[in-house]
Structures are given as C-alpha cells and as structure tokens.
Ligand binder design. Structure first.
Ligand SMILES: Cc1cc2nc3c(=O)[nH]c(=O)nc-3n(C[C@H](O)[C@H](O)[C@H](O)COP(=O)(O)OP(=O)(O)OC[C@H]3O[C@@H](n4cnc5c(N)ncnc54)[C@H](O)[C@@H]3O)c2cc1C
Length: 406
C-alpha cells in the first residue's frame, strides 16, 4: 500500500509448493462431505481425503455503523483489500484519511501512508479506549507513544467512538464522533478486529468455541479426520488458560507445523498463546507479550509492575537510542506474566522474545534479578543498566515494601 514491496513478493509461489510435491488447486472449497471424506471445489472438482486440515483464516469485522456501505469505507485483510485501499486513495486523490481503531494494523498503515504518499495527508485515528495499541500497552507506556504520533502529524482521537459515517452521492465524506465532532474523510479504513471463517466447519458440524473452531493441543477438531489451525481456531491463553482469539502469524505457523507433526506421528502439544507481537510506526517500535496490567486486572489477577528506561547501546556509543520497558508480574505467584517495550531502536525485539521465554518457563521476580544478558557496547545496554534485571529488582522492592518478599 505504501509502495515498499510488491504484492507478488508476499505470495508463496506455486512452484515452491509444487517443488515440494504439493498439488496447488486454485478455487473455493464450497462444501465438505465428512462422512464420505470428500471436498467439493468451486471449479467443479472433488477431492477425497484421509485427513483434512482447515486453515480458512478470519475476515475483518465491519461494525454495524450507519453509512458503512458508502464508497471509500474499507477494511484490510488480504492483498486484494490492500490494492483496493491503494486505488481508492489514488482515484479520489484522497487527503483526509480516517482510521477507525488504533490497533497495530491501523497504526502501521497510518504511519506508512503518512511517510510514503507524496502529498500532505490529513490522517486521523479514532479509538474507543484511552490509548493507541490498547491490547499491547498499558496507559503509562502508551502515554509515550501518543505524543510521538501526534508530533509526527497523526490526529489521535482517543476515548472517542465513531458514531456514524456520512457521505454524498454514495461517497463517504465524513465520520461523526460520539462527542459530536465531525471529521472530514475521503477514505475510511476500519480495523476493529476479525472474525474466524468457520462456515465450512459449521457445515461439517465441528464443535465450535467462542472465538473459532475448537481444537485440542494437537490441532485435532471434534472429527478425528479433521485438523485445523491458525486464525480460524480458538486458542487458549497460556497464562489464564481461557479461550482467546490469538489471531497472529506465529501461532498460525506453529499450529500448521504441529498438525503436520501429529500426522507424522509426533505428539507435541501447543502450549497456548501469549499474543506476542510488534508494531513499527515511523521510527518507533512497540513490542509486547503476555498480559498488560489492565488486561490482567480484567482477569482478576493482582499485579506488581516495574518500568525502566534503557538504551540500545552503551551510553557513550554514537547512535544510542533510548527505550522503555515495563514488566508485569502476578503479585501472588511472583511470576512474570507480561512485558511491553517502546523503543526508537529495533533491537528490543530480542528482549521481548526473552520475556516470552521467561513467561513460558514460569520465571519469578527473584529469579529474574539474576538474569545476565549478553553485552556488547554497540548492540546492548550496559550490564549495569540491563533493564529486565532492573525491572525485577524494582518489583522485588515493591513487594518488600508490601511485606510479601519470601
Ligand atoms: C494487515 C495485517 C497485518 C498483519 N500483520 C501481522 C504481523 O505483523 N504479525 C503477526 O503475527 N500477524 C499479523 N497479522 C495477522 C496474520 O496475518 C494472521 O494471523 C495469519 O495470516 C493467519 O494465517 P491463517 O493461515 O490462519 O489465515 P490467512 O492468512 O487468513 O489464510 C486463510 C486463507 O484461506 C482462504 N480461504 C478461506 N476460506 C476458504 C475456502 N472455503 N476455500 C478456499 N480457501 C479459503 C482465504 O482466502 C485465505 O487466503 C496481520 C493481519 C493483517 C490483516
């Protein structure tokens, strides 16, 4: 959309799959006869199977807003949606672009358009909650992000609801907010979540969860011959053990591999998701894993948190960029349950993966006070300023003050 990569470069080439002995069939699966183990495809072909893997993904949700059928109101899921947004912006010579929802998809597209379209755009982002990236960041961490985005020229409308879309001659011209404000809009891009594609699974009669097809730890559905994975299945959150959508690439890829392993006779179970992810906006990177303190509170988990300012390189090295980390611990078990990073350097991706590994391993506050990171002046902070250790020490102090240290 921003012209940085070609559409073709993100598609797996048929010949790569065919080279691995896979027959590629282009068409829509219209029906599955699970009793006869047949799949019926739009081109008229029928394929028999011994085992079937469903990976039907998810579709973007269009909320039931008045005016959502106007020309120029778009969602983004696949490549075709990307082409549509790109041509709509070009055809309308759009200047006023409004995003509904401040999740990672809106924020990345907004920053890419702002940087790469060769005219000055008036970009606004409307978010119902009080912060950008609300599923990734707590308010205190998002409070660093919001002014940066505003300074980059994005108009952030937080604690605001898109009430209705208005237009003339069938074309969208504006968004009316709950507060009564009206934003001019040539194009409106709606990113408020996705819904699992479960029509085939429902037609087969597979057991469903709240967020998609129900599967066990080996990706098996309620039908022993049908496995499923990715965005179309319901995941289990690793920490709360409760059902969750978990619609990200990491789990999708891993669940595909696990299903293949299961069929090849290996018994490796999926451990659940932590929703680890990243978002790059202009020169700022946000990465997060596990639960935010806000989401933990919604789950009834009392937390103790610590925030530390760190550096991408040793302080004396040229090009050093500051970054900020927050760790969230379960106050009762003292286990790490979440981490958030806001950074002007890309490097902290390694810290977020370290945090994911710590959460999966059940590491506690005292254990993390002895974490010793790799150190090199040009690629890491000083060991004395290692932020994960410092956060753990800070959290320990807080617990001590609360009289809870063992
Ligand atoms: C704009 C955007 C950016 C994203 N960025 C990130 C990111 O940075 N990091 C991250 O972790 N995740 C990201 N995600 C999420 C990630 O793309 C998904 O989690 C991932 O693609 C899920 O893979 P999947 O195979 O389950 O589903 P999909 O990739 O959606 O694939 C499902 C496919 O099944 C096809 N299909 C559905 N029904 C049928 C049928 N009946 N017959 C034939 N074919 C059918 C669909 O057309 C689709 O091609 C992003 C998502 C979007 C929309």
């Amino acid at each position: 959309m921003a012209g940085l990569v070609t559409g073709e470069s993100i598609i797996v080439a048929d010949k790569m799959l065919e080279g691995a002995g896979i027959k590629v069939v282009k068409g829509e699966v219209l029906r599955v006869d699970a009793a006869a183990r047949n799949v019926f495809v739009s081109g008229g072909e029928t394929f028999g199977y011994d085992k079937l893997f469903l990976a039907t993904g998810a579709d973007a949700i269009m909320p039931p807003l008045e005016g959502n059928d106007l020309e120029g109101v778009l969602t983004l899921r696949g490549l075709a949606d990307g082409w549509k947004i790109k041509s709509c912006i070009a055809d309308k010579n759009a200047v006023n672009i409004v995003f509904i929802g401040a999740g990672f998809i809106s924020m990345e597209i907004a920053s890419l358009l702002s940087e790469n379209v060769d005219r000055l755009l008036n970009i606004s982002v409307i978010e119902y909650l009080d912060r950008p990236l609300p599923l990734m960041l707590d308010y205190d961490m998002a409070d660093v992000v919001r002014p940066y985005l505003e300074q980059k020229g994005l108009n952030m409308f937080l604690n605001e609801k898109a009430e209705k879309l208005v237009g003339s001659n069938g074309q969208v011209t504006g968004v009316v907010l709950g507060s009564g404000k009206k934003l001019d809009a040539d194009v409106v891009i709606v990113n408020v979540g996705a819904r699992a594609n479960v029509e085939l699974a429902e037609q087969i009669g597979l057991e469903m969860g709240r967020f998609g097809i129900k599967v066990n730890g080996f990706q098996e559905t309620s039908n022993p011959d049908i496995l499923a994975g990715g965005d179309c299945v319901e995941k289990i959150n690793f920490i709360t053990k409760k059902p969750t959508p978990g619609r990200l690439r990491g789990p999708a890829v891993m669940q595909g591999r696990l299903a293949a392993k299961r069929l090849a006779g290996y018994d490796v179970e999926f451990p659940g998701v932590l929703d680890a992810g990243g978002c790059k906006m202009f020169d700022m990177t946000v990465a997060a894993t596990g639960l935010t303190a806000a989401n933990a509170a919604l789950e009834g988990i009392e937390t103790v948190c610590a925030t530390v300012d760190s550096r991408s390189k040793h302080a004396m090295i040229a090009g050093m960029k500051p970054w900020k980390i927050k760790l969230v611990f379960d106050k009762k078990t003292q286990k790490l349950i979440g981490g958030q990073i806001v950074s002007h350097a890309v490097a902290p991706a390694k810290e977020i993966d370290a945090l994911t590994a710590f959460i999966l391993a059940g590491r506690t506050i005292p254990e993390l006070t002895t974490f010793t990171a790799a150190c090199n002046p040009d690629i890491s902070s000083e060991p004395s300023a290692e932020p994960i250790t410092l956060c753990a020490e800070q959290a320990w102090q807080k617990l001590r003050q609360l009289g809870r240290t063992q």
